[in-house]
Design a protein around this ligand. Structure first.
Ligand code: NAD
Ligand code: AHE
Ligand code: ZN
Length: 369
């Protein structure tokens, strides 16, 4: 079949809207009509050539929602007509990691996914007879895409696609980092570095669990209002304070954060996030994705004296099990999504979504098909 898609032919070049050929689903796979997709900073990072796993040409996009239109042989967990969220962190329920119950990082298809291929080592997309690669196993910047059934979370049918797609990455990543990874306790002081599409979800996750102080840190003053809208109690712009940001936060929080989160992808900020944690117990969670080649550092003394450094992918959520629960939380009003969708665009306008993100003018842009 044919599908309309925004293709990343080369790094650092705008996406091009073209008609691709798409092969139907093979065994264990499903064809999904994508109804809406968010544009996450990770898409921009890959398009900018900063991802060590970036492959071109490819169809980017990993934050979608849509409807199953066809299934391949042997598929049992989804059927045509089901509403689904594609999962860049699948859940096979059989691999060592899934069975361990210690992590959500299912390994069943990770190797081929990282090479832009389906589990059988081929692509379903092609253009003028040449293969086009998949991205994060999702490729939601195409109106139709093919995914393994283990990478599809079946969700309720009354959830609107335009907002629910955000649960495919940003919402689950931010809220999940608080509830699954850090397990923030009521009354704890939380510091969030970077108040974008991910950081604001950390803020609302902290509000949800009843955190005490929720401090937001951002170099863009316009983010203060956004943070307060979702539960932030204090705002710090590191460019507007006298002295060191770490000392400033330690003083503000009476000794340091109980939990801090990096939502910037900047390795210097990751260090600040760790070092502003409370001596003896403060935990810092890295969410941001750093450029290829970048490394983190700190004095080992920071860890010797009890601070903990950890990271999280997709908010520690087990995709097929937990994503439908996040949709329920949204539909029951426990978490908010609608106000964070600042721009709704057509596929033809997708490059504007990247511009708005780089200019700091959007929280989330969503493309509707
Ligand atoms: P975004 O562009 O919407 O937000 C980033 C925010 O960080 C902006 O508000 C910006 O002003 C702020 N910022 C930049 N430099 C800063 C600094 N030095 N100090 C303080 N604030 C600063 O991006 P996003 O969509 O929220 O994504 C944030 C990061 O999370 C990206 O690195 C993205 O790749 C990553 N991410 C990780 C996961 C995961 O599973 N681990 C999932 C989604 C996104
Ligand atoms: N490909 C990069 C790493 C990118 C990365 O860390 N991705 C996150 C999700 S970001 C979503 O917006 C993730 O899930 N990581 C775990 C995994 O298995 O990819 C690199 O450095 O090579
Ligand atoms: Zn993302």
């Amino acid at each position: 079949m044919k599908t309309r898609a925004a293709v990343a032919f080369e790094p650092k070049k705008p996406l091009e809207i073209v008609e691709l050929d798409l092969e139907g689903p093979k065994a264990g796979e499903a064809l999904v009509e994508i109804k809406a997709t968010g544009v996450c900073h990770t898409d921009a990072y890959t398009l900018d050539g900063l991802d060590s796993e970036g492959i071109f040409p490819s169809v980017l996009g990993h934050e979608g929602a849509g409807i199953v239109r066809e299934v391949g042989p042997g598929v049992t967990s989804v059927a045509p007509g089901d509403h689904v969220i594609p999962l860049y962190t699948p859940e096979c329920r059989q691999c060592k990691t899934c069975l361990s119950r210690k992590s959500n990082l299912c390994t069943a298809i990770r190797a081929t996914q990282g090479k832009g291929l389906m589990p059988d080592g081929t692509t379903r997309f092609s253009y003028k007879g040449k293969p086009i690669h998949h991205y994060m196993g999702c490729s939601t910047f195409s109106n139709y895409t093919v995914l393994p059934e283990i990478a599809l979370a079946k969700i309720r049918k009354d959830a609107p696609f335009e907002t629910t797609c955000y649960i495919g990455c940003g919402v689950t990543t931010g809220v999940g980092a608080v509830v699954n990874t850090a397990k923030v306790t009521p009354g704890a002081n939380v510091v969030v570095f970077g108040l974008g599409g991910i950081g604001l979800n950390v803020v609302q996750g902290a509000r949800l669990v009843g955190a005490g102080m929720i401090v937001g840190v951002d170099i863009n003053d316009a983010k203060e209002e956004w943070g307060r809208r979702f539960g932030m109690t204090h705002f710090v712009n590191p460019k507007k304070i006298d002295g060191d940001i770490v000392q400033h936060i330690v003083a503000l929080t009476d000794g340091g954060a109980d939990y801090s989160f990096d939502c910037t992808g900047n390795v210097d900020v990751m260090r600040q996030a760790l070092e502003c944690c409370h001596r003896g117990w403060g935990e810092s969670v890295i969410i941001g994705v750093a450029e290829a080649g970048k490394e983190i550092s700190t004095r080992p003394f920071q860890l010797v004296t009890g601070r903990v450094w950890k990271g999280t992918a997709f908010g520690g959520a087990r995709g097929r099990t937990d994503t439908p629960k996040f949709v329920d939380w949204y539909m029951s009003g426990k978490i908010e999504i609608d106000p964070m969708i600042t721009h709704v665009l057509k596929l033809e306008e997708i490059n504007t979504a990247f511009d708005l993100m780089h200019e700091g003018k959007s929280i989330r842009s969503v493309i509707v098909y």
